[in-house]
Ligand binder design. Sequence first.
Ligand code: 16G
Ligand code: MG
Length: 532
Amino acid sequence: MSNSLTEYSLKHARPSNIVYGYGTAGFRMKATLLDSVVFRVGLLAGLRSRFLDGKTIGIMITASHNPPEDNGVKLVDPMGEMLEASWESHATSLANAETEADLILVYEGLVAKFSIDLSRPARVVFAKDSRESGPALVAALVDGLKAVNAEFHDCGMLTTPQLHYNVRCLNTQGTERSYGVPTEAGYFNKLTSAYKTILSSVTQPYSITIDAANGIGGPKVAELAKELSNLLAVTVVNNNYDKPELLNHACGADYVKTGQKLPSGVTPEPSKLYASFDGDADRIVFYFQDETTKFHLLDGDKIATLAAMYLGDLIKQAEVDLNLGVVQTAYANGSSTDYIQKNLNLPVLCTPTGVKHLHHAALQFDIGVYFEANGHGTVLFGENCIDALKAADATSPGQLTAIATLLAFSELINQTVGDAISDLLMVLAILSLKNWTCAEWAHIYTDLPNRLAKVIVNDRRIFTTTDAERKLVTPEGLQGKIDEMVMKYSNGRSFVRASGTEDAVRVYAECGTVGEVDDLVKNVVEIVKNSS
Ligand code: 16G
Ligand code: MG
């Protein structure tokens, strides 16, 4: 075993002077630096699968909204969730082992630590997004999987959520909680069937234009939409996924959300709904331009509010005792949190940034709606909730429809991770059922003016936080200065945290007015600059 590991590893030497870290969403950096990392992720996936009795582990090669020259890799656990946090450090240790001998020491250390029986089968599936560097990294990954005798299946080019879906399907096949057929056709079929069930009484197709960020979500959503042509009129723009140099270039969810502006390639018709995916289609934001050409962003907070409002109503109509809650991060607009708590009377939890934190917190509700403002998110239906809905005795047609609709939403909405395609269908289903225009959706509440700024500092690691990132612990005294500044503004709020994906510190601010927020963010940026 070790011999073959050494031989394979020699083909994938680790560059010196680089320190790798399994961050918020796996390893992510310039693709040219990732060959050894991806090879070693293959080793870890083999260990993880053997540790979990041969359950199938997923690997996704993507760098999401990053520029075309970047790439990344992340692991998916058996139920389609992100790799368990305690294993992230093992990924980091393997990636950073200097020599082949060091690598074998770390590898064998993990075998011993977890008492892993290497004679057991290991099973892995993987996919990549549309980046140019994808195929070469897949080759490195395959070497890693061969080096540890793992069985593997290459799913080709998929969106990140499709891969998560496949993993869950493979691990639940033939069980009572089978998630679906582990193929692309199975994925499309699950979503389109649920959509048709939910919209069985709707006759008008909903029209939307999607900016696919020139990524892999474009061809996938176009394919799915063919099945739904009676209910959905989809136009896909920025759909050059076969020109990887255009990926995320002046388009995509991150571009639209960060700049609060239209992507290139979109010439908006007044009051028509648009959406942008990110490069691997696990994130979505919506927007429109009104008759006065004013741009309105419908971000993750607006999606969460719409979903919570609609599902809350359905629960009441279903007359089943289910609790519903919303999970957000500190980036959620204060108006959305207020609205959900005060108008919808629902509990809101706040977690640190990163899908895995929100996902974990949402599991504590029967129905947990979680979204980051940037458009990552989904709605989780707990097993108890599904069982209660299936067992409910409906006494009226209204109740029966509400129960069937809730069950269909649980099929439509990806239960493994936020999914741009599935979230798109969820939103369009709700808007269709409510017969709402995008303006009606936008006006549920009005966002407080907000700004996000980036500060480059010497060492971002000195910025540590508590209270779900809303308060700095260190540098000492800095939070006090920020609090003093915030007090000067109406409805002011600001927080500072180190980015998990970039070498920078982020400053968020919101206030009652645009003038004030520009001022507040500028002042907090100054405070941060002066502290480091
Ligand atoms: C990653 C996270 C995202 C988070 C973002 C924050 C996943 C799949 N993605 O993209 O949830 O919002 O990082 O980036 O977890 P930042 O730490 O640079 O602000
Ligand atoms: Mg993404």
